[in-house]
Write a protein that binds this ligand. Sequence first.
Ligand SMILES: [Zn+2]
Length: 244
Amino acid sequence: MKYDRFINDKNKDLISFVKTKYHVRVKKSNRDSWTSEIKGKQVIIGALECNHPYAAFAHELLHVKYQIMGYKKLKFGISEFDKTDYFKTLMEALDNELQHHIMYDEFIKLGFKPEEFYHDNDYKNKSSIEIYLNGNEHDLKSSLLMFLTIIAPGGCFSNKEQSDFLNKLKDLEKGIHKQLFQDSEQLFHTWSKSTDYDYKEILTNLFLKLPNGNITWLGHGDKSEFPENGFFIEKEFVMKPTEK
Ligand SMILES: [Zn+2]
């Protein structure tokens, strides 16, 4: 797909920067949002029809730019905190949101609007947050994913809505996880100012606050790269045969 139609004055320097390192290819996204992937010498951007294509293209290029500048994707992990598919979902959310927090300021500096930061279907998040906060079941694992969605920078809700959601989340279940979310909010704030894009410290601090989170390994590649291509939160361990 020709991508000239996604380039404008706001993102033209960004595409030039990415092209110094990778060949950029754009194809139709097979998901319900724009995507980007680095494969060898290529960057493959998955595009969709949307209301603000220049911003969406810039968003994906920023994901790539910060990987060029040192951010290593979070791809596979093992943890005593959770042994189910949930952990994969948590890793994907963390990887995505960690990147969003470091690239958001630049997105705004390029001249885009906060509400252009995500794809058109971002409004769905708002109702899913409301349904969760007003519902009856609030376990730590679901609340943690909700927390990542609420504190994500930019998007369709105002600062006031964001802080209202966050306060509601902190007060769920008589405030049992209030401290955790307060501390985590601070961790993400510090992270958003990171200059080396190494999340080892923030994620170590975060996982140490989770039940059994100290027994966790987080990796940048696949299973076979355990334990070299990644890091332990606290204790070192070996992979059980069932996890291999
Ligand atoms: Zn993104």
